[in-house]
Design a protein around this ligand. Sequence first.
Ligand code: PMM
Length: 267
Amino acid sequence: MGVVNVTPDSFSDGGLWFDEATAIRHGLELVEEGADLVDVGGESTRPGAARVSLEEELARVVPVIRALAGEGVAVSVDTMRAEVAKAAVEAGALLVNDVSGGLADPVMPQVVAATGVPYVVMHWRGHSHDMDKRAVYEDVVAEVCEELAKRVDFVLAEGVSESQIVLDPGLGFAKQTEHNWQLLAGMDRLHELGHPLIIGASRKRFLGRTLADQDGTPRPFSRSDDATLAVTALAARAGAWCVRVHRVGPNADAVRVAAAWKQGGDG
Ligand code: PMM
């Protein structure tokens, strides 16, 4: 999954694809580089980010989704709002990626149920403006599994079917550096939830913190692409259904290498 953030302020690529034509061109480039899905979002979720209005979010994403879908691209919409999800699917989106797992907009699961498209339910504890203070866990893998299982029960009760659900541990969302690594190391337990998994590690702060200089200065995201690639290869080998990344070409290669390695081992 390649990312097109139609935002002025996303963490690693804010402003780069903000105008409509540039966003569409970028989406097409990602497909050429090997993306199976292009994730279009109009609201930044970087730590501390404020929300955008519904109207602004619709204006940012719907034309880009319509244009990309019109070119035959498989598009997902990255939104926490049911109205945006509905408009996006009407414009041709084939998947709804809700980083709040239905918590931000309780109507979302019903709307997604009605569309029948796959639904990414991510682990989330609250909006970005203060999510860091919610990064408190005794056993992060157990708690994320438990909280995701509750979200699954909720969305099923709202009419979403089992086969629509994709889960995501929500790396970087109310997680300290070590929590992200523990979740990656605990993918086996996430698999036990019984749904395909998405991993979104691309250019996130925890990579830069792990690769900090000797004096403790975190590596900037612009120099964490190789670390993203390493996570992609390992996540693919550990059975991730999808990785959400900003630079598609090398990550698509990493996925193919991991698949070949797996086939070599499993016959
Ligand atoms: N991360 C971001 C945005 N959307 N969606 C899913 N499913 N998983 C993620 O980890 C995720 C997401 C934030 O990343 P960006 O602002 O750098 O694109």
